[in-house]
Design a protein around this ligand. Structure first.
Ligand SMILES: *Cc1c(COP(=O)(O)O)cnc(C)c1O
Length: 410
């Protein structure tokens, strides 16, 4: 979003025109930003065999999946339904990785039938997998190196009591299962959770993973997961992808030389690829002044954007209708009958009833976590592609709220 001649625009389209066309609340995605992020990551590893798998749980609109397929990305999935969406979007099965946690063995078998690559994060499942398929279907195993690289404990997965991955302390057991069942391990994987701030910690985790990787004779890929941090506030820094590219590429060259292998590395970013491309546009219903604060009440709530209430996520908020208004303090709240606060005492250009506000970083874990709570419709999704607006998903209607419900006789 840019401010030119007193107007906010996305790829030259005035943001208020998007609202005029599709009404608020509406999710808007700038596809050029997705492409920029994808290319930035690819370029950071230009001398290394590296594959990007878009972690689609961040934003599953079929057009976003199709766009990443078109860019050459693979897909990281965590449910059989995401696998099916990926296939529907045109990804070749071998470019889809299924990384489930605590799903049934039946679901894993379904994914094998679809021909996608399987990532296993539990010794008991590894054993069942080996017994079922022997060495006929290769697997990757998800290892938990027990590092804490990020800031928010609610979205960290690498710590000692995390449910994700096979603990680094259980590797002897893993090798026993590999030997006895004959399962063919072609990859190792780690995903340490979101918001990596400390690159040294991340690289230490990568080193631990590589130590283990050496011991698998059929090794082809090492997957370093994701968790790249993106900027949220003006002036915020994100993970320094270019520096990471340099350091990890160097480390991989050493690894390949030491082991005589030629492994391909993988990343599976969600947030990094789509977070900043997204804007959530809402209308201000009311301004309510109390003795303590001034509330701006908007025509949306935690049903549409749950991140602030769910894990204290920060979303920057701009007043698109009044970019030059005097800055004042507001508590921005939703209309849901539940404490539903998007921002506390936030400095925003003066908000008047009817003003359109834009939430930034609304590409990842925003629409994909939206619900119908309070029997509200989920918003429309709009893509800005090559300077044009495209409707990607219609706003819901009463039919959507009632779909699947069976009215019985009383
Ligand atoms: C959620 C998830 C990701 C993506 O994480 P981001 O923080 O959005 O980049 C990657 N890999 C796995 C296995 C995940 O569960």
């Amino acid at each position: 979003m840019e401010l030119t001649n007193g107007k906010y625009t996305i790829q030259g389209i005035p943001v208020l025109d998007i609202v005029k066309e599709f009404e608020a609340p509406v999710y808007v995605y700038d596809f050029s930003k997705m492409e920029e992020q994808y290319k930035r990551l690819k370029n950071a590893f230009s001398g290394t065999k590296m594959r990007v798998l878009y972690a689609c749980k961040a934003l599953t609109n079929i057009n976003v999946l199709r766009f990443f397929n078109h860019l050459g990305s693979g897909l990281d999935t965590v449910s059989i339904q995401e696998v099916m969406l990926g296939l529907k979007a045109g990804f070749a099965p071998e470019n889809i990785v299924f990384t489930p946690n605590c799903v049934s063995f039946e679901e894993i078998k379904m994914a094998v039938e679809k021909g996608v690559r399987i990532n296993i994060d539990n010794i008991s499942i590894l054993e069942q997998f080996g017994n079922e398929y022997g060495d006929s279907v290769p697997v990757c195993i998800r290892i938990n190196p027990h590092i804490l690289a990020g800031g928010n404990p609610k979205i960290s997965t690498g710590h000692i009591d995390s449910k994700f991955g096979i603990s680094i302390y259980q590797m002897r057991h893993v090798h026993r299962v590999v030997t006895s069942s004959g399962v063919r391990v072609e990859g190792v994987h780690m995903h340490t959770g979101s918001d990596i701030l400390d690159m040294d910690v991340f690289l230490r985790g990568a080193d631990i993973l590589l130590q283990q990787a050496k011991d698998f004779e059929h090794l082809k890929t090492v997957d370093f997961g994701s968790g790249f941090k993106v900027p949220y506030k003006p002036g915020d820094g994100g993970t320094d992808i270019e520096a990471l590219g340099k350091r990890l590429s160097g480390r991989m060259a050493e690894f390949n030389q030491e082991t005589g292998k030629d492994v391909e590395i993988q990343f599976e970013p969600g947030k990094f690829l789509v977070s900043e491309s997204g804007y959530f546009l809402v209308k201000t219903n009311v301004i309510k002044t109390t003795t303590a604060t001034v509330f701006a009440g908007i025509d949306s709530g935690l049903n549409h954007l749950i991140r602030p209430m769910f894990y204290d996520a920060y979303h920057h908020i701009m007043n698109v209708s009044n970019p030059e208004g005097t800055e004042r303090f507001y508590t921005v709240v939703g209309y849901v009958c539940e404490t539903d606060t998007f921002a506390w005492d936030r400095k925003i250009n003066e908000i008047r009833e009817g003003d359109i506000l834009a939430f930034l970083n609304a590409g990842a874990y925003a629409f994909s976590m939206a619900s119908n709570y309070n029997s509200r419709f989920r918003p429309a999704e709009v893509g800005i592609i090559n300077g044009e607006m495209h409707l990607l998903r219609k706003r819901e209607t009463m039919d959507d709220l009632l779909r699947g419900q069976v009215e019985i006789k009383f």
